[in-house]
Design a protein around this ligand. Structure first.
Ligand code: HEM
Length: 219
């Protein structure tokens, strides 16, 4: 096949392939974990409410547990790959840092007053904070999950989390934090829809003023 030079400049990659693959696998795993988790919760609620059945996955307790433990491996292995890649490639250092309370406050106020400028491939301080917090919630949900899945084998962890009953509440709180993040995340994507195609293709859109800016490419 002969490749013709169309004269169009190549748009830079603003989301590395590894970040995109792990992001979308993670989104699917989280969906399965949360909805099957809600079905498991419904079988023995810790609070005064149950989740609507149509929001749950698995049909019955046995089915929900099967989904939960299958998706767990996808979440953990995929999460480890993402975190290792983020640390070893410099992605976390380059794209999530530096971060200061002053910058978070500045960008938070700018966002509330609709003055926050979005540069594709560059995360603002509030975004950086949210991404770091949701990664910590992910670690917390897995650790508290281990504590209630194998409370005998991981009794040290269960003890650290205040015992089986309190570890269940911690697990629920981590899930609620992740669901809260996803809700805010999806609203932000809906408000700035131009962020979505680059998270699929990796490339900045042709019209993006920063597409020719090598500083905008995080790899
Ligand atoms: C259908 C659901 C989702 C959509 C449409 C979506 C969309 C996106 C988009 C467009 C970005 C890039 C934002 C930008 O360039 O400004 C992004 C980044 C990110 N999303 Fe999502 N997302 C989804 C689900 C999730 C879930 C479930 C999580 C975690 C619980 C998550 C965590 C993240 C993180 C941590 C990043 C930063 C990735 C990095 O640069 O390392 N997303 N998402």
């Amino acid at each position: 096949m002969t490749l013709m030079n169309t004269g169009k400049p190549k748009r830079p990659i603003i989301h590395p392939l590894m970040v995109r693959i792990t992001h979308w696998i993670n989104a699917l795993a989280i969906l399965c974990m949360v909805t099957s988790g809600w079905a498991i919760y419904n079988a023995s609620p810790i609070f005064d409410f149950r989740f609507a059945k149509y929001l749950t996955l698995g049909g019955w307790l046995g089915g929900a547990l099967a989904w939960h433990f299958a998706a767990l491996w996808v979440l953990v292995i995929n999460g480890l790959i993402y975190v290792l890649y983020g640390m070893l490639s410099g992605h976390f250092r380059h794209d999530f840092l530096p971060l200061s309370i002053r910058a978070i406050w500045r960008d938070f106020v700018a966002a509330l007053t609709f003055k926050l400028k979005h540069r594709l491939g560059v995360y603002n301080a509030v975004q950086k904070l949210l991404y770091i917090v949701v990664i910590l919630f992910g670690v917390g949900v897995v650790i508290s999950g281990l504590a209630i899945w194998k409370p005998v084998q991981f009794q040290f962890v269960t003890g650290l989390l205040g015992g089986y009953d309190f570890a269940r509440i911690v697990h629920f709180a981590m899930m609620a934090g992740i669901v809260g993040f996803v809700a805010v995340h999806l609203v932000l994507v809906a408000l700035v829809p131009s962020t979505l195609p680059p998270m699929i293709t990796g490339r900045a859109p042709a019209h993006d003023p920063h597409s020719q800016d090598p500083e905008g490419a995080p790899i």
